[in-house]
Design a protein around this ligand. Structure first.
Ligand code: ZN
Length: 244
């Protein structure tokens, strides 16, 4: 592995991982700083101050993953959420966001409101088909996508029986080849998101998750595959990682 970007609850654990992989494991700051109030993190006193101090420390490369889904976490117009985005924009670091709405227009006002903030859209919206993802990418040039958890054990649906991308996804990746990344989601099964004291069990599946992505990436034209596999992430985070 050349480059990895990690996030954790509590956020400090991502720093521990980064220490284990200096220069190639990059930590994001997660605003989920209270183990008991994980789902109302935006109402935890001091969360914005904690984010400010964390980014000022210079060790985190961005903020995320932040979930903005209906019935969980903040509303889109939440002042703490907006404060976090403003902070990332001011510091020039990316903001990784997870939305799970059935229409791209749920995310649209957020990326439009801050055109100078670079967003990484986790799982490309999770449940959205490629046509919807394309509409968002057309509307917001400040959004990149990553396809972690678009594997058969999470959201599924991006590859056909032969292991290559389905036509709509193939077209999308070719068209936006500089704005697509991949990754793995160690939250598995999906309900195991409430732990604070144990690793996500999906870490045991890491080889299988990455293997899934490697297969469809190998079926892309070589230059596009190289971008999706690594180069877009290097450009996006401004870090080359370690030698292969
Ligand atoms: Zn997610």
């Amino acid at each position: 592995m050349v480059l990895a970007v990690v996030a954790s609850s509590p956020p400090e654990l991502a720093l521990r991982l980064a220490e284990a992989g200096p220069g190639w494991v990059l930590p994001l700051f997660s605003p989920y700083i209270d183990p008991v109030r994980r789902h109302v993190w935006h109402r935890v006193p001091g969360v914005l101050e904690a984010a400010r101090a964390a980014l000022a420390g210079g060790r985190y490369v961005g903020i995320g993953e932040v979930h903005v889904t209906s019935g969980l976490g903040p509303r889109r117009d939440d002042p703490v959420l907006d404060g976090l985005m403003a902070l990332a924009e001011r510091r020039g670091v990316p903001f990784m966001i997870h939305t799970e709405a059935s229409d791209y227009r749920f995310f649209l006002p957020l990326c439009r409101r801050r055109p100078r903030l670079r967003f990484l859209w986790a799982h490309a919206g999770g449940i959205l088909p490629p046509e919807q993802v394309a509409r968002l990418l057309e509307a917001c040039p400040n959004v990149w996508i990553e396809l972690s958890a678009r594997d058969p054990w999470h959201y599924g649906g991006i590859v056909g029986p032969a292991g290559a991308l389905r036509a709509g996804w193939h077209e999308l990746v070719l068209r936006f080849s500089r704005r697509v990344m991949t990754g793995s989601d160690p939250v598995y099964p999906g309900h195991e998101i409430h732990h604070w004291d144990r690793p996500d069990t999906g870490w045991d599946l890491l080889a299988r998750l990455l293997g899934f992505h490697r297969r469809w990436i190998a079926a892309l034209p070589a230059d596009v595959g190289e971008r999706v596999r690594l180069r877009n992430a290097q450009d996006f985070f401004g870090v080359p990682g370690r030698a292969p």
